[in-house]
Design a protein. Structure first.
Length: 328
């Protein structure tokens, strides 16, 4: 199934997926699965780093892909899925380095999980923020100290380079690319087609193995759901803890364990997310949107939106309205 976006671009945005030896089959298929849900918008192809186009996976089979490394020269976006940890090294094999060198300047580059190791080995992440699977963070830091690694997030968008954490984070980052290219409505529709959440809360900390909670302990999920229905309210920590029937200290600790972030930071993230939806889909003023999502003033909304995505509410609205107009 797919979702129409109401227009056909002059030329589809070309996504080239680079399959390296040891590639994980599940993640290899994510870009095609997500991007082809937007018909006419993306042309997704898969290539190998060598001309023979045969790629060993980390499973008990090999795959033959449709293109050699020359496909990278025509890419608008390159996606590097993860590959087997046994093949990770500080320096790339010569064919892989040569393949990555074919990518044109300005091309958007996306990595999934250990794909970040290939980008780092190619020098593409030096001095930039990046992420990878939390379990590999110590190894990554030792190998690539010039990269500003943040293992606590699901993905990082640093403009023309995006990196993501393990497995399902590949879905997250591809949906984020669709959202950036075509807006939240299209990304949400794609998420429904893939039967995945359009946006996952929190960071990687919620997936790290932790001790089993003590008997009788309860989680914060119900309180988070309640908070989302009441974002326009101040929602102080004491009120959230009372709703969860916990002490403030216990609630804050459990919240951090389950979401990877603090209650205050989580609330800001949800308010910014809701504000972005309203900026895209409504005619409400900035001050009115601020009130609707729980920011005290329009100034507060402007500050938080700029901190989150680097633009003002009006600039964000103008961008997505221009995109929407192009679809008519």
């Amino acid at each position: 199934m797919s979702v129409a976006i109401g227009f056909l671009p002059v030329r589809p945005h070309r996504v080239v997926v680079l399959a390296l030896d040891g590639v994980y089959p599940f993640e290899l298929g994510i870009p095609n699965r997500v991007f082809t849900c937007v018909p006419g918008a993306y042309d997704v192809v898969t290539c190998a780093a060598t001309e023979d186009r045969t790629v060993a996976t980390n499973a008990d089979f090999t795959v033959t892909v449709g293109h050699g490394p020359e496909a990278l020269e025509s890419a608008d976006t390159v996606v590097v899925p993860p590959y087997d940890m046994a093949r990770i090294a500080p320096e790339l094999p010569e064919p892989v380095a040569a393949a990555l060198a074919r990518i044109r300047p300005g091309t958007r580059i996306v990595s999934i999980c250990t794909g970040a190791f290939a980008l780092a080995a190619a020098g593409m992440l030096d001095g930039r923020p990046a992420t990878t699977h939390w379990a590999l963070a110590p190894r990554f830091r030792r190998m690539f100290p010039r990269v500003a690694l943040d293992p606590d997030v699901l993905f990082i968008d640093d403009g023309d380079v995006l990196t993501s954490a393990g497995a399902a984070s590949g879905v997250d980052v591809c949906l984020h690319v669709v959202r950036s290219d075509h807006g939240s409505a299209v990304a949400n529709s794609v998420a429904r087609q893939c039967v995945v959440p359009p946006w996952r809360e929190g960071g990687q900390a919620q997936y790290i193995d932790l001790p089993v909670p003590e008997e009788g302990a309860t989680g914060t999920a119900a309180t988070r759901a309640w908070a989302l229905e009441n974002l326009e309210r101040p929602l102080a920590l004491a009120e959230l803890a009372e709703h969860a029937r916990m002490s403030r200290r216990t609630f804050a600790r459990r919240f951090q364990e389950e979401t990877g972030t603090s209650p205050g930071r989580w609330l800001i993230q949800q308010r910014v997310r809701r504000a972005r939806d309203l900026l895209e889909t409504s005619e409400l003023s900035v001050d009115r949107i601020a009130a609707e999502v729980g920011f005290a003033t329009g100034t507060s909304l402007r500050q938080h939106l700029h901190a989150a995505i680097g633009v003002s509410p009006q600039a964000y609205r103008n961008t997505f309205r221009a995109t929407a107009a192009a679809r008519v």
